[in-house]
Structures are given as structure tokens and as C-alpha cells.
Design a protein around this ligand. Structure first.
Ligand SMILES: *Cc1c(COP(=O)(O)O)cnc(C)c1O
Length: 412
């Protein structure tokens, strides 16, 4: 059998490379075959040359022994995402939710207290309020945008602030630097869910946050294929606190998913720019439609935190746009929203985001369907609200698809 002679390790990357370069180049060195596209190592165990080396490697969790503790493909994804977020380290997890689970398991104990925005992702809300309430970790939920509420919620046992910006589906933006200052003055850490912006638009650690959390399922994959999650931060947090917890508890990312995500990161900046620009065009178009009463998008001058969003998100609004269909009653609003959604012929009726295919969803009966009508009203999720996650189709085709239902509303 013949094969290439072993290839020497790739030359190390020079310092000072820009993000675009890091997004396609940061990875572990290739194997002896010299593959140019990062290899996929589907292997649960790694063979040790002898018992002594095995003992050393088991003592050092950075070495490859068993895939729950480490895998080369997962490690390449972690290195690449850390480079994009501008953090020392990253640990990958199986899903976005398991990354939040890891924050709480790694950092907190019974008797600790969390301050969290009340507008965060629904499962995040449940995880803090219900699941971790059971273990004696208490959470106070406060307004996304009112800094005084965050300050007033602090208790002597507050260890963590958790925020997500912009939020889903109303795209409320919080001031990361201001929240970091309040958290640090209270001796707490600030973790930011950066799923909606990704590091292509927003890098929370540069703005003062201590931890960045990702649902890699969304824009990091970017093509609607795999689930994944990650936490990025300092070595002191990622390597020393969360690494040991993830290895013990096992919310590890699958190497196949890591390989898909590595490829996703290579086009992240291009996709985020194109999808954000398309979302802005769709948002402007929606503002002109007489059947639409309100559009929620940080890129619009009419958005209450437009200036903050532009400063914090590199001048782009992200790719999620929500809008209210005009109606006289909640029942009529729901019927109108359903009509607009059902009239589409191109968009996918699906509750996800961060895909190249545009997705349309009715939050009040899907992501926020389990809330009481009262809770929904408090959260501002009306029956006429529609959420769009703008993909890469031609903008005019997206607008035409929405127009089908909007112009026929009075016949519905
Ligand atoms: C989807 C999502 C999550 C959860 O991620 P999963 O991969 O579905 O577990 C968390 N936060 C935000 C903002 C999300 O959109």
C-alpha cells in the first residue's frame, strides 16, 4: 500500500492576521496526509503509544485520549471561534442550550443568584426559572433595556448577569458595556448570548462582557444543518472552570457537527453582511406597507435603540425582522398573520433562524405558545406578530412572497 510520506506540520500562522483570514485558516495542524480542508476525525478513542504516555495524556486534558474529553475536529472549531470572538479560549457544546447549562453548572451553586433579561430565548428563561430554581439557584428577571432594574436586582449573592442582544423576536438591544460595568461593580460576571449577531457583527468580550455564549445551530452553521453551542472567554474561565465541567458532564459537541461548523465559520462574515443588508431592505419595504402597523429591526432609524445597535453591531442590524399585521382584535390579528404566512410560496414556515433559506414563523403560537395570553401581552408578543429570519434569496422575491398575503388580507 502506498501513501504520501508524512507531511511536516504546517508552518505556524504569523501574528496579526485579520478576522477574515483567521476564519478560514485557524485550526489544528493537518494530519500526516496534508489535507487542505480540515479533517473530520470520527473516532471515540485515540491510541496511545505506550502506557507511560497514556498516563501522561490522561493527566493532561489537552491531549487526545477519549472523545468526550477532546477531539481534534472539535478542537479546531473551538480555536477558530475563539479567534473570531477575540477570546483566549472556547469550549464547544452539543447545543446552544447545553452551553447555558454549562455556564450555570460550572459557575454557580445552590444559594447563588442570577440577574437575567426577561426577554431572553424561551428555553433560556425556563432553564433559569424552572430547572435551576430546583437546585437552589435563584434568578431575577428584569427589563432588557432599563439599566436601573439590573442595578436594583443585585443581591449580595449575585454571581452572574445573563443577557441576549438583540432579543427574539422583538429585537430589543441592551448596552453590553453598561451591563458589564454594573455586573463588575457587583462582583458578578456578564455572559452574553451572541447568537443573533455572531462575532461577524458583535464581539461582546471587546465590549466588556466576560463570557460569550452561542447557539452555533443558527448563524455559525448558517445553513440549517446541525445543532451546536459554545462558550468563549478567558483561559481562567474556559480552560479552568468550564472545560473540566463539560468533560465530566458530557454535553460535548459531536465531531461531525464541529466539522460542519468549521466550514460554516469560513463564510460567516459574508453571509452575515448579505443577510443583514437584505433584512434592512425587507424592513424598509415592510414599513411602507399599509397592512403593517409596526416593524421591529435594529437597523431601522425608528428602532428605539438604533444608535446603540449600530455602534455595538458594526453598523448592521442582523437578519431577524419582526412585524405586526394591522387588526382590530387579537382574533383578527391571528387570522391575518396566519393568512400572510400561509400565502407564502417561497419562504419556509419553520421556527429556526440563521439559515440561507428565509424562514417565517408566528411567535405567539410557536416559540411563545406556552405562555399565558397575559404573559404574552407583557412580553409584547401580539397575535399579529410575524417573525422573519432573512436568508440569501433575492430581496425582491422575499418581499413579493410577503406581498401575496398582505395585499389579499381584506379578502381573507
Ligand atoms: C436557538 C437559540 C438558543 C438555543 O440554541 P439550541 O441550539 O437550539 O439549543 C439560545 N439562544 C438563542 C438566542 C437562540 O436563538
Amino acid at each position: 500500500m502506498s501513501a504520501n510520506a508524512p507531511t511536516p506540520d504546517r508552518r505556524p500562522l504569523p501574528p496579526g492576521l485579520r478576522r477574515e483570514t483567521l476564519a478560514v485558516r485557524t485550526a489544528l495542524p493537518p494530519s500526516q496526509h496534508g489535507e487542505n480542508s480540515e479533517g473530520l476525525f470520527l473516532s471515540s478513542a485515540f491510541v496511545q503509544p505506550d502506557a507511560q504516555t497514556s498516563a501522561q495524556r490522561f493527566a493532561n486534558s489537552e491531549d487526545f485520549t477519549y472523545a468526550r474529553t477532546s477531539n481534534p475536529t472539535v478542537r479546531s472549531f473551538e480555536a477558530r471561534l475563539a479567534a473570531l470572538e477575540g477570546t483566549e479560549a472556547c469550549v464547544a457544546t452539543a447545543t446552544g442550550m447545553s452551553a447555558i447549562l454549562l455556564i450555570i453548572m460550572g459557575l454557580l451553586k445552590a444559594g447563588d443568584h442570577v440577574v437575567c433579561s426577561r426577554s431572553v430565548f424561551g428555553s433560556t428563561l425556563n432553564l433559569f426559572a424552572k430547572e435551576f430554581g430546583k437546585f437552589g439557584v435563584q434568578t431575577s428577571f428584569v427589563s432588557q433595556t432599563d439599566l436601573a432594574q439590573w442595578r436594583e436586582a443585585v443581591q449580595p449573592n449575585t454571581r452572574l448577569f445573563f443577557a441576549e442582544t438583540p432579543t427574539n423576536p422583538l429585537t430589543e438591544v441592551c448596552d453590553i458595556t453598561a451591563l458589564a460595568d454594573i455586573a463588575h461593580a457587583a462582583g458578578a460576571l456578564l455572559a452574553v448570548d451572541n447568537t443573533f449577531c455572531s462575532p461577524a457583527l458583535q464581539r461582546p468580550v471587546e465590549l466588556g462582557a466576560d463570557l460569550v455564549m452561542h447557539a452555533a445551530t443558527k448563524y455559525l452553521d448558517g445553513q440549517g444543518r446541525v445543532m451546536g453551542g459554545a462558550l468563549c472567554g478567558s483561559n481562567a474561565l474556559i480552560r479552568d472552570v468550564f472545560g473540566p465541567t463539560v468533560r465530566t458532564a458530557g454535553m460535548t459537541l459531536s465531531p461531525f457537527n464541529a466539522w460542519v461548523l468549521i466550514k460554516g465559520l469560513e463564510t460567516l462574515a459574508l453571509r452575515m453582511r448579505a443577510q443583514s443588508e437584505a433584512a434592512l431592505a425587507v424592513a424598509h419595504w415592510l414599513e411602507q406597507q399599509p397592512q403593517v402597523s409596526r416593524v421591529y429591526f435594529p437597523g431601522l432609524a425608528s428602532h428605539p435603540q438604533h444608535e446603540l445597535a449600530m455602534r455595538q453591531q458594526g453598523g448592521l442590524g442582523g437578519a431577524v425582522v419582526s412585524f405586526d399585521v394591522r387588526a382590530d382584535s387579537p382574533e383578527a390579528a391571528r387570522a391575518a398573520a396566519f393568512h400572510v404566512i400561509n400565502s407564502t410560496q417561497v419562504l419556509s414556515i419553520a421556527t429556526n433562524l440563521g439559515d440561507t433559506k428565509s424562514l417565517i414563523t408566528h411567535p405567539a403560537t410557536t416559540s411563545h405558545g406556552r405562555l399565558s395570553e397575559e404573559q404574552r401581552q407583557a412580553a409584547g408578543i401580539g397575535q399579529g406578530l410575524i417573525r422573519l429570519a432573512v436568508g440569501l434569496e433575492h430581496v425582491q422575491d422575499i418581499c413579493d412572497d410577503l406581498q401575496r398575503g398582505l395585499t389579499t388580507l381584506n379578502q381573507a
